[in-house]
Design a protein around this ligand. Structure first.
Ligand code: MN3
Length: 212
């Protein structure tokens, strides 16, 4: 997705049914989130770049230099990127723990997988208002947990913590309100049951090679 010219981005379908992540995320939330929220970000991005130099820019270049472009592109471009990443990170067969090189790197940085999960969960709980929590590969190759407001992400030059996100959690209320109402911590706790670690591990390997 990220090397595609921005005008050629496609709206992705989910790799599972809307009901597949129940009971952790309910079918109606998934359907509205995908077909209304994500679709609106996608359509608004396409409209905003029409007839500008942004059309032919690789999507990652646009995100990397987002401070030069209108806020509507930052919000909706981030919205499209973040959700496209998020859907792929979830699976009805998810949960458990990471393995391989990612596991080693997590333990090296956070001492244990549980400490990493606590760290990431805290970032998600403490993000005031709408935003995302991230596990990021920084430009020096090290892992870090961060969070961003709104639809910003670590690829953007406006982010406090920059790098390549390999795991993200949407903590906008639209991601959990129908089932969890104000109980964001419960949504975050259940998220760990549906994380597709195989995808996160592949994202990690790809991030390291992109930085080399
Ligand atoms: Mn969302």
């Amino acid at each position: 997705m990220i090397h595609t010219a921005t005008k050629d981005l496609i709206f992705p379908s989910l790799p599972y049914e809307y009901s597949a992540l129940e009971p952790h995320i309910d079918a109606m939330t998934m359907e509205i989130h995908h077909t209304k929220h994500h679709k609106a970000y996608f359509d608004n991005l396409k409209n905003a770049i029409q007839g500008t130099e942004m059309e032919s820019m690789p999507f990652v270049e646009l995100l990397n230099h987002i401070s030069r472009y209108p806020m509507v592109v930052r919000n909706n471009g981030g919205g499209h990127y973040n959700h496209s990443l998020f859907w792929e990170l979830l699976s009805p067969q998810g949960g458990g723990e990471p393995s391989g090189e990612l596991r080693e790197a997590i333990i090296k940085k956070f001492n244990s997988v549980d400490e990493f999960k606590n760290n990431f969960s805290d970032a998600a709980k403490n993000r005031f208002g709408s935003g995302w929590a991230w596990l990021v590969v920084k430009t020096d190759g090290n892992l870090v947990v961060s969070s961003t407001p709104n639809q910003d992400n670590p690829l953007m030059d406006v982010a406090e913590c920059r790098g390549i996100p390999i795991l993200g959690l949407d903590v906008w209320e639209h991601a959990y309100y129908l089932k969890y109402q104000n109980r964001r911590p419960e949504y975050i706790a259940n998220f760990w049951n549906i994380v597709n670690w195989k995808v996160v591990e592949a994202n990690y390997i790809n991030a390291l090679s992109a930085l080399r």
